[in-house]
Design a protein around this ligand. Structure first.
Ligand SMILES: NC(=O)c1ccc[n+]([C@@H]2O[C@H](COP(=O)([O-])OP(=O)(O)OC[C@H]3O[C@@H](n4cnc5c(N)ncnc54)[C@H](OP(=O)(O)O)[C@@H]3O)[C@@H](O)[C@H]2O)c1
Length: 255
């Protein structure tokens, strides 16, 4: 079997309708996986599925993953048509920026519910399907999308966001230890700046400055995200667990 081949595997990508989730979903499809994408908006789900269908078999299931009930429903719906899920990508996320004195309590609830609690609830909800996919040589995979803002102190006042991402990196290690013996790897990707709706305003204002600061002198490209997703999902990444992998041109670790 090819090292990076995902033929016969089933992957789920939350927030797979745009931005980083779409980049990862495309990569997983091109490597041969069948992919389920999920986000709140049914229209966005349908449109992304149409766009992605040129690369392989993709199924959209709308869900608001900021509640545990919806995380459970997503797993239940997929269990109706799949015996096993080989790859769960917990990518859906939100951010909030406001000065310290004005930062609202609601910005903690919104961001932690989606960025930190949902990956925990989703991983738990998908455990039976992940365990069904796991073999001794080829574990099932959980990929959490963290951020370099969970590694260093970010420039912008996004208190709950950076705390949620640092928390998600640590939750990745905690779950990696518990789920390794059950045949499941748990890793995080910590992206630097990538073009997306979430990053649009920041990159419009500071894109060139940010690129100039990075050792690799550019922002991220879709293939950079597709590549790390395929690596972590394939046989190539079978012995990696508990890792937080920056994909950031060096911004998070050297600047
Ligand atoms: N772009 C970057 O530079 C960057 C850097 C570091 C980390 N990240 C992380 O990468 C992930 C994706 O970010 P992005 O930049 O691609 O952002 P984005 O363009 O805003 O995409 C977010 C995705 O999540 C979905 N989503 C939002 N709220 C949801 C909810 N309650 N339930 C289900 N789905 C929901 C959105 O679709 P709907 O609106 O239809 O729900 C969309 O598909 C996030 O975890 C983010 O923190 C991004």
């Amino acid at each position: 079997m090819e090292l990076f081949d995902l033929s016969g595997k089933v992957a789920v990508v939350t927030g797979g309708t745009r931005g980083i989730g779409l980049m990862m979903a495309r990569g997983l499809l091109q490597a041969g996986a069948r992919v389920y994408i999920s986000s709140r908006k049914p229209d966005a789900c349908a449109q992304a599925a149409t766009e992605l269908s040129q690369y392989g078999q993709v199924t959209p299931i709308p869900a608001d993953l900021s509640t545990e009930e919806e995380c459970l429903r997503l797993a239940r719906e997929i269990a109706e048509s799949e015996q096993a899920v080989h790859v769960l990508v917990n990518n859906a996320g939100a951010t909030w920026g406001a000065p310290l004195e004005e930062f609202p309590a609601s910005a903690w609830d919104k961001v932690l519910d989606l960025n930190l609690k949902a990956p925990f609830f989703l991983t738990r909800a998908f455990l039976p399907l992940l365990e069904a996919a796991a073999t001794a040589d080829d574990p099932a995979r959980v990929v959490n999308v963290g951020s370099i803002d969970g590694l260093h102190v970010p420039a912008l006042p996004t208190y709950s966001y950076s705390a949620s991402k640092a928390g998600l990196h640590h939750l990745t290690r905690v779950l990696a230890r518990e789920l390794g013996p059950r045949g499941i790897t748990v890793n995080a990707v910590a992206p630097g700046p990538f073009e997306s709706k979430m990053m649009a305003a920041t990159l419009d204002a500071f894109g060139e400055e940010i690129a100039a600061m990075a050792p690799l002198r550019r922002i991220g490209r879709p293939d950079d995200m597709a590549g790390v997703a395929v690596y972590l999902a394939s046989r190539a990444g079978a012995y990696v667990t508990g890792a937080v992998i920056p994909v950031d041109g060096g911004l998070g670790t050297t600047v």
